[in-house]
Design a binder for this molecule. Structure first.
Ligand SMILES: [Zn+2]
Length: 74
């Protein structure tokens, strides 16, 4: 015989959730958007003529990510 441990909620006692204001979320969304664009740049375009950092270290670190995301490589 199975018994529920959690107390039964009455249909009228729904928990209230405060809405998240857009003004509070927007700066974080912009910040993480820029962070993601920088990450996509380093994964997808950081080699050859468009390279910001000389050498092959960045390319080697993100090499599997390039192939996973379908960027042309070699
Ligand atoms: Zn490759």
């Amino acid at each position: 015989m199975a018994q529920s441990v959690a107390p039964a909620l009455s249909p009228t006692s729904t928990p209230s959730v405060a809405p998240l204001p857009v003004k509070a979320v927007l700066p974080w969304a912009v910040f993480f958007g820029i962070l993601m664009l920088a990450l996509i740049y380093f994964v997808g375009a950081e080699q050859g003529a468009t390279s910001l950092i000389s050498g092959e270290n960045v390319h080697e670190w993100v090499h599997d990510g390039r192939h996973l995301l379908g960027f042309p490589c070699h």
